[in-house]
Design a protein around this ligand. Structure first.
Ligand code: CA
Ligand code: CA
Ligand code: CA
Length: 89
């Protein structure tokens, strides 16, 4: 496998998982189409009763997609993602 910078950032031990911007999967400071592509892989739909327990997502980076921190990834998270959609020059 390639060097550590070719791996998804959440698998890198030198960058703490706890520090992130919701929706910024590649940690380049924006929420663009690359991030949206990853975001779509974490969609769970809403829980019957929110906040969800157990968590609706099981992937360790599901909380990055969960923009409103209610432990699911649904249309409300999409709205929050869309509102912050940016492309850096
Ligand atoms: Ca990004
Ligand atoms: Ca929700
Ligand atoms: Ca959510």
């Amino acid at each position: 496998m390639g060097g550590p910078w070719l791996q998804p950032w959440w698998t890198r031990t030198e960058r703490p998982f706890e520090s992130f911007i919701h929706g910024d999967f590649d940690r380049d400071g924006d929420r663009d189409l690359d991030d949206y592509s990853e975001w779509t892989t974490h969609v769970t739909g809403p829980c019957a009763a929110e906040p969800c327990w157990p968590t609706a997502y099981t992937a360790p980076c599901g909380n990055i997609a969960d923009c409103d921190d209610d432990v699911d990834v649904d249309v409300h998270d999409f709205g929050a993602f869309q509102a912050k959609f940016t492309v850096l020059p």
